[in-house]
Ligand binder design. Structure first.
Ligand SMILES: [Zn+2]
Ligand SMILES: [Zn+2]
Length: 344
């Protein structure tokens, strides 16, 4: 079993000075728990990524905070690394119950919510603003129903959910005081447009969210994540691996680890191999659709929307780099080698 799939333990581990790792149960494809980090200071505690919405999370969270010696009512800050439900799900309720401030990256947005109009998102290329996402229509560019169309949140038990409203939206390079010392915000788009990592330079700790996980490669969606999410992701990987002094990654799933550069290189290699495979498949003038190519990149057990979306992200990366051409005139998006490119 991969470590990200392990069921949530109920213990409290100290993973850095004043930094506690607790685990909350989740049941999502390939994931058995989410790590919630509790950062203790004189005022109480900050909590990072408090899990999915719902009662099971709430009672596990109350139990873990108790064991950590911090009552729920002493939570003063809730940091959310990115806009996926296993990270933001209980943030709104926790803030409501405690008066805590929610902190996110400036671009944080749930896909069904209007873009926060009072925020000018300097960190995000205007082309990448999800508001301008040309694919928010009823079907995806490859012709399947678009899960982002409409509100698309049948999965959500609204009676147990409070919308997270950030009191503070961090920009790249901002600092925030957690566990009694400054942490630096790093904007790391790729897995989502609004992904936030935090660095504690004094102790070499990196809160890595879903940007880097110890044994599974984070999903790179091709929809709602900007024009070239794979390019953003690869750049964001180097950004954290090159950050001076980082020694220990604290991921949102799986165990903390100390081999960040090696892990980053492995994840980069995985994507470069996929790009090579796509170019090889399309060598010799063949044309193929996103769905067909997703069946070449992914095992049958993984076929479906997530595989298609990630394949699309890779194809668009190759197209924007000039290696491939896209043609949609006869139906769903299909790709072939660009004229004048010698396939390698
Ligand atoms: Zn995620
Ligand atoms: Zn996650």
């Amino acid at each position: 079993m991969k470590q990200e799939q392990e069921p949530a333990g109920d213990g409290v581990d100290e993973v850095g000075p004043g930094v506690l790792r607790v685990q909350l149960p989740i049941d999502m494809p390939g994931l058995g728990h989410v790590n919630t980090y509790v950062l203790v200071d004189e005022r109480g505690a900050a909590v990072i990524d408090p899990g999915l919405p719902g009662r099971a999370t709430w009672s596990a969270l109350a139990d873990r905070l108790d064991k950590a010696g911090v009552g729920v009512k002493h939570v003063h800050t809730v940091v959310v690394t990115h806009s996926h439900p296993d990270h933001y799900g209980t943030a709104g309720k926790l803030a409501e119950e405690t008066g805590a401030d929610i902190v996110t990256h400036a671009a944080f947005r749930l896909w069904w919510a209007p873009h926060p109009c009072d925020v000018h998102v300097h960190d995000v290329d205007p082309d990448d603003d999800a508001d301008g996402d040309p694919y928010a229509g009823p079907t995806t560019p490859w012709g399947t129903p678009n899960p982002r169309a409409g509100t698309g949140r049948d999965w959500l038990d609204e009676s147990n959910f409070s919308h997270p409203r950030p009191a503070r939206r961090l920009r790249d390079g901002d600092t925030i005081e957690l566990a009694g010392r400054p942490w630096v915000a790093l904007h790391t788009p790729g897995h989502t447009l609004d992904h936030l990592c935090l660095v504690d330079p004094e102790h070499g700790l990196l809160v890595s969210g879903d940007h880097v996980l110890p044994s599974i490669t984070p999903h790179i969606a091709g929809l709602g994540t900007g024009r070239d999410p794979l390019k953003s992701f690869l750049a964001s990987l180097d950004r954290i691996a090159d950050y001076p002094g980082v020694e220990t990654a604290l991921p949102a799933h799986g165990h903390p680890f100390g081999t960040l550069r090696q892990r980053v290189d492995d994840i980069k290699r995985h994507h470069l191999e996929r790009l090579d495979k796509l170019r090889t498949l399309l060598a010799g003038g063949a044309s193929a659709t996103v769905v067909e190519l997703s069946h070449e990149l992914f095992r049958e057990a993984h076929w479906g929307l997530m595989a298609e979306s990630e394949t699309y992200a890779h194809l668009e990366h190759l197209r924007l780099r000039g290696d491939l051409e896209r043609h949609d005139d006869t139906g769903p998006a299909a790709y072939r080698t660009a004229v004048g490119t010698s396939p390698t």
